[in-house]
Design a protein around this ligand. Structure first.
Ligand SMILES: Cc1ncc(COP(=O)(O)O)c(C=O)c1O
Length: 494
């Protein structure tokens, strides 16, 4: 007879104790396949428990595949393959993943291994993180957003927990269209596709536009996280260097005259990583060159709302009469990145083609979050939040520039003064040290900066770093710059 020990004082329910003990006895071969289990009545009497408790335990064992039962006969232990218990499971799969995975995935995996986010993770609590472009979580409008989530659940109930529309929640697309007008962009809601952040937008665009035999034109340096994706698609790259007022237009013209190009990727405001903002005339000329060659311009407006010093020209998309410009926007860099909500604004036909790719990749974006962020905008919280972020970061950027002027030795360090956003590009000169050594030196001085090589598709001799003030308050920024200055002073005199 099957012997089970029940502990009636345990917090573990009796039926689960029965389940677990039968599972253990099966695993250790005490109960062999085909062994009949007592009927529920016999087992209940033997254990002194309710028959329904045994019934529940047998049902659970059946659901987990441990027993089989037919109407009118006893339940029996089922013959089953050994399950992967922690002791039995191999540390590594027997599959050689390099052989079973695609070449494209291997390319992106190699980049993933090289790209070391731990370098931007503070090692100690008092390390100052000038590396990460994530906005300061102390500024997230948690309570207002909670009110919006509650409201839409109350108003719309289960509807917002469904899949939603492929193009994204229509009221949010209308809200974005209105907001874009403030930046001079005229777009209908059907010229907007909601994406899972603008990174998802970039991925969709690469799927749409990357074309073998044609080159992709990117700025150099450029947004680090587009580079592995371009490699994934085996895109042939042409780089156009960044100059003081934006990408080198002469180089762009020459490129378009001499090579087949599928599209240009550009960030006219507060470029990532250099922080450079192009001028109005630069934008006009860039657009007219691309119009002349009928090349799509992908404009990444990731920090469009962070024009806190004023005097930033409107987006290229606002001048785009021929509808060749594809504009990317996001809530990540002003509201919070965990929303994973961005959008693409483009010609209707382009949007429809993007919708088809997105629909078969991830079906839809989160309906409930789109509805909540729309509520956030409709209540006027978004406008207030943008104003607050502008006010705070105007002061923070002024603080950063002041501290750099005061503490960094100019014969060894140069930098640009951004017209907004979060980024400052720094170059170190006249001290013979490699980038990796500098990263280590800064780390030892408890300050993290982002290595310049992340942003170049090809190696460069210049020693550059991207500083981001996004996560830090004024005291932290000043302290971070002081630590950099101290590290540079110490290093130059060794
Ligand atoms: C230039 C640029 N584009 C796009 C993104 C992606 O942002 P998200 O996917 O969070 O909208 C980032 C994020 O840092 C960025 O810096």
């Amino acid at each position: 007879m099957l012997l089970l020990q029940l502990d009636r004082k345990s917090h573990n329910p009796i039926y689960l104790q029965i389940v677990n003990q039968i599972k253990e006895k099966t695993a250790s071969d005490i109960l062999k396949p085909g062994t009949k289990l007592p009927s529920t009545r016999q087992m209940a009497e033997k254990l002194g428990v309710n028959r329904s408790t045994v019934y529940k335990a047998y049902q659970e064992l059946w659901a987990q595949g441990y027993i089989e039962s037919r109407p009118g006969s006893y339940s029996k232990i089922r013959k089953r393959p050994k399950i992967a218990t922690p002791e039995l499971k191999l540390e590594q799969s027997t599959l050689a993943w390099n052989h079973v995975t695609t070449a494209a995935s291997q390319r992106i995996y190699q980049d993933y291994l090289k790209f070391k986010p731990e370098q931007s993770t503070p090692q100690t609590k008092d390390t100052i993180n000038l590396a990460q472009l994530d906005i300061d979580p102390r500024l997230f409008p948690v309570q207002d957003f909670r009110r919006c989530v509650n409201q839409i659940l109350m108003d719309q109930g289960p509807k917002v927990l469904g899949y939603g529309e492929y193009m994204g929640y229509k009221p949010l697309r209308e809200t974005i269209a209105k907001r874009l007008q403030m930046h001079g962009i005229l777009a209908d809601s059907d010229e907007i596709l909601i994406t899972n952040g603008s990174q998802n937008g970039i991925d969709l665009l690469l799927k749409l536009l990357t074309n073998s035999g044609k080159k992709v034109v990117i700025e150099s340096p450029t947004y680090a996280i587009i580079l592995p994706l371009l490699k994934y698609h085996q895109a042939e790259l042409v780089t156009v260097p960044m100059k003081k007022n934006g990408l080198d237009l002469n180089r762009l013209k020459k490129t378009l005259e001499t090579q087949p190009v599928s599209f240009l990727f550009t960030m006219p405001n507060f470029q990532n990583p250099t922080g450079i903002t192009s001028t109005q005339s630069h934008r006009e000329e860039l657009l007219s060159v691309c119009e002349a060659h009928q090349i799509p311009v992908v404009e990444d407006g990731f920090e469009e709302e962070m024009k806190y010093f004023g005097k930033v020209p409107p987006p290229i998309k606002s001048m785009d009469r021929q509808n060749i410009c594809i504009y990317l926007g996001t809530f990540s860099k002003v509201l919070f990145p965990g929303l994973r909500i961005g959008w693409i604004t483009a010609d209707k036909e382009c949007i429809q083609r993007l919708v088809s790719i997105k629909r078969f990749s991830d079906l839809t974006s989160s309906y409930v979050l789109q509805a909540a962020v729309n509520e956030f905008c409709e209540r006027g919280y978004y406008d207030l939040h943008v104003k607050r972020m502008n006010r705070i970061f105007r002061k923070r950027m002024q603080t950063a520039i002041k501290a750099m002027q005061k503490y960094l030795p100019k014969e060894y360090v140069s930098w640009n003064e951004p017209a907004g956003g979060y980024l400052i590009w720094v170059q170190i000169k006249n001290i013979p040290k490699h980038e990796a050594e500098w990263i280590q030196i800064f780390k030892e001085n408890r300050v993290l900066v982002s290595p310049g090589r992340y942003y170049f598709p090809h190696p460069t001799k210049d020693i550059c770093f991207r500083l981001s003030i996004a996560m830090l308050n004024e005291q932290e920024i000043t302290e971070g710059i002081k630590r950099m200055a101290r590290a540079i002073q110490k290093t130059k005199s060794t």
